[in-house]
Design a binder for this molecule. Structure first.
Ligand code: K7E
Ligand code: CUA
Length: 651
């Protein structure tokens, strides 16, 4: 490694003309730059490993949760450059999502909870679709912790195609995890509540409050969740947490951590001496329960009519889940958080926020115990509980506050350790063996690795997703960015090679996929394709067929957009008319996007090449309103405009 710097220096010295180039800031000598900027050899090596010359592309893509931003952040690795934000649960004007176009139906109608529009989401866990346990690059699923929702993003055009609202639970956390062939997208509740959202006082917590794991059936051909084939399994009122689906031997099962088996519900307005606060009440037991759910069996029982209905949604009752071995519990230490299945599907790694171990359970032992009915006890709801020791592969001493675990191609596990602020590398086939701890800055939450939770991880890179950045960047006010740190894991020792501030929402989980596996379309074709039907829209308009049609108070405008005009460029309506714009981009070239805004009407659409867009609004304000293209598309971009004239009533 050390030989690189003299080589770089030698390379500089053989190219004297570039050294005096003004663009290099006047000092082109590497040794001088290193000295002036106080760079070490390690810094320069890190720069060389992450620098992306103009026009070169990253090897991996990260799809990171945008947290309260309600979006997904797409990041290139190793450059750690942001390539895109994908709007999911909140409006996004550039993408024309939530400002009058077709995406409004997804965001405001599908996404509404009990008729209430919700314009943000708390995105926690993006999950890529899998085929045989490997990312296939087709779809991305994300959950909204705050509002019990799951969204489907199609990676062909990086567009949110569907939001499903959960009719059973209001908050979720263990989602949106997929089974190994993406048959189901799993969403588990977090905070227990009466199923279906009815009112019941807190003193009925034990009897009437419940959790649930929802299994959303994914129809890959349609690219949508099929609500009619989906179901939920009722769970005890423990706070269900992170989840992961089994693979290979453990396929057919999901593993969901939980905390609050104490069933604390805060003071409920009483004296804290009488009832503990939530956090102390929920931290009394040394162990909580890993929930092991046989979803294949659950699906069969639902099909056989064993489910009850909650708002018309089938829910397999807790008693049946317990009696039929659909649900089994296994103690896990203390204040559990992460639950991660190893690439071979043979073990489950759990972390406890108040523990010092990564605990590894052996799937073959668990399966044997369940098959034999070999239980240690039952919980208060009659759910069988397995024996901790009997189910164990081992426990790895790891430091305080282990959360999440990802894997490489050499049998290593990488665990994020929140309180210690470290990434700890260890061997999941030799539990209790040597570890390597790398300090990160600071308080790491999730961790992601190249293809790191698939059946065949790549190694190479790990990213520490740190909750706090403190001194790492300029102080930009009391609300500081989080810090993604890129770690090179290709050598014998882990090394941090880049810091990346994330200044929009608090990210939680992320997945990292080989970039060439994601095949996005260059533009919509044929012309007039509706992104939500993947077909030419019946109302798409071809060149020469533009027109305005009136039918009573309904005005339909069949419009086209091409460099550099919008046709028609003049629309006359009456105050109170309902206007529908059917706009077709006639472009068929990469990156030739137009936009479409109407002043004062809160309307903006993105007209990507070939795309059909549809905007309906009420012309409720009289006056003269320019409409124009909002993407600088050509030399005559400013000229790409027209007028909406709304004639006042009674004129
Ligand atoms: Cu942030 Cu996955 Cu919601 Cu851990 S969870 S950090
Ligand atoms: Cu089209 Cu600017």
């Amino acid at each position: 490694m050390r030989a690189l710097i003299p080589m770089l220096l030698a390379a500089c010295q053989t190219n004297p003309p570039e050294q005096t180039d003004a663009s290099s800031g006047g000092t082109a000598d590497l040794a001088t730059i290193m000295q002036e900027r106080g760079l070490t050899e390690q810094d320069v090596l890190a720069a060389a490993k992450t620098y992306m010359p103009s026009g070169k592309h990253d090897e991996y893509l990260i799809f990171a949760s945008g947290g309260h931003g309600g979006n997904i952040v797409v990041i290139g690795v190793p450059s750690m450059r942001i390539l895109k934000y994908i709007a999911v649960f909140g409006p996004e004007p550039w993408q024309g999502y939530g400002y009058g176009g077709l995406g409004d139906k997804v965001l405001y109608e599908e996404g509404a909870q009990a008729g209430k529009e919700i314009t943000w989401g708390d995105v926690h866990h993006p999950n890529l679709s899998e085929t045989n346990g490997d990312y296939d690059g087709q779809f991305l699923f994300v959950n909204d912790k705050a509002n019990g929702r799951v969204a489907v993003v199609d990676l062909a055009d990086y567009t949110t195609k569907q939001i499903v609202t959960n009719p059973v639970v209001m908050s979720d956390h263990g989602g949106a995890f997929v089974t190994m062939n993406t048959d189901y997208v799993v969403e588990t509740s977090q905070y227990a509540a009466p199923l279906g959202g009815e009112y019941l006082p807190l003193d009925q917590y034990n009897e009437k409050y419940r959790g649930a794991a929802t299994f959303w059936k994914f129809d890959r051909a349609a690219g949508r969740i099929d609500k009619s084939q989906s179901f939920a399994v009722e769970l005890p009122p423990y706070a269900q947490d992170l989840a992961d689906a089994g693979k290979f031997d453990s396929d057919g099962y999901v593993f969901i951590g939980s905390w609050n088996t104490e069933r604390a519900y805060g003071t409920a307005g009483e004296d804290p001496k009488k009832r503990p606060f939530m956090e102390s009440g929920a931290s009394q037991n040394d162990t909580d329960y890993l929930h092991i759910i046989n979803w294949k069996k659950a699906a069969e029982l639902v099909k056989a009519g064993k489910a009850k209905q909650v708002h018309g949604f089938p829910v397999l009752p807790l008693e049946i889940a317990a009696a039929e071995k659909v649900l089994t519990l296994l103690p896990e230490p203390k204040s559990p958080h992460g639950s991660d299945v190893t690439p071979d599907g043979k073990a489950i790694v759990v972390g406890g926020k108040l523990d010092t171990h990564a605990t590894v359970f052996e799937w073959s032992k668990i399966q044997h115990e369940i098959d034999e009915g070999d239980y240690a006890s039952k919980d208060p709801y009659g759910v069988p509980v397995l024996d901790f020791q009997k189910s164990l592969r081992g426990q790895q001493e790891i430091g305080l506050g282990p959360l999440h675990t990802v894997f490489d191609d050499k049998g290593h596990a990488y665990t994020s350790v929140f309180l210690d602020s470290t990434v700890v590398k260890w061997d999941y086939n030799n539990v209790g063996g040597p570890t390597e701890a790398l300090p990160v800055q600071y308080n790491i939450g999730h961790i992601t690795a190249a293809e790191g939770d698939t059946a065949s991880p790549d190694g190479k890179y790990v990213v520490a997703m740190n909750k706090m950045s403190q001194d790492r960047f300029q102080n930009v006010g009391p609300l500081l960015p989080q810090n993604f740190q890129l770690i090179d894991i290709s050598g014998p020792k882990m090394q941090i090679i880049a810091d990346m501030p994330i200044g929009l929402g608090e990210p939680h989980y992320a997945q990292m996929i080989k970039a060439d596996k994601v095949k996005s379309i260059p533009f919509y074709t044929p012309i007039g394709t509706n992104p939500y039907t993947n077909a030419v829209d019946p109302n798409a308009t071809m060149a020469g067929k533009e027109r305005i049609e009136r039918n009573g108070n309904q005005v339909n405008v069949y419009m086209t957009a091409i460099r550099s005009h919008l046709t028609p460029d003049y629309i006359q309506v009456n105050e109170g008319d309902t206007v529908t714009l059917h706009i077709t981009s006639l472009e068929q070239a990469l990156d030739q996007t137009h936009g479409f805004a109407i002043d004062m009407y809160n309307i903006n659409a993105s007209l990507e090449p070939g795309r059909y867009e549809e905007i309906t609004f009420k012309a409720d304000r009289a006056g003269v309103f320019p409409y124009y293209c909002t993407e600088f598309c050509s030399a005559l971009h400013l000229e790409m405009m027209g007028y909406l004239l709304v004639k006042p009533r009674g004129v």
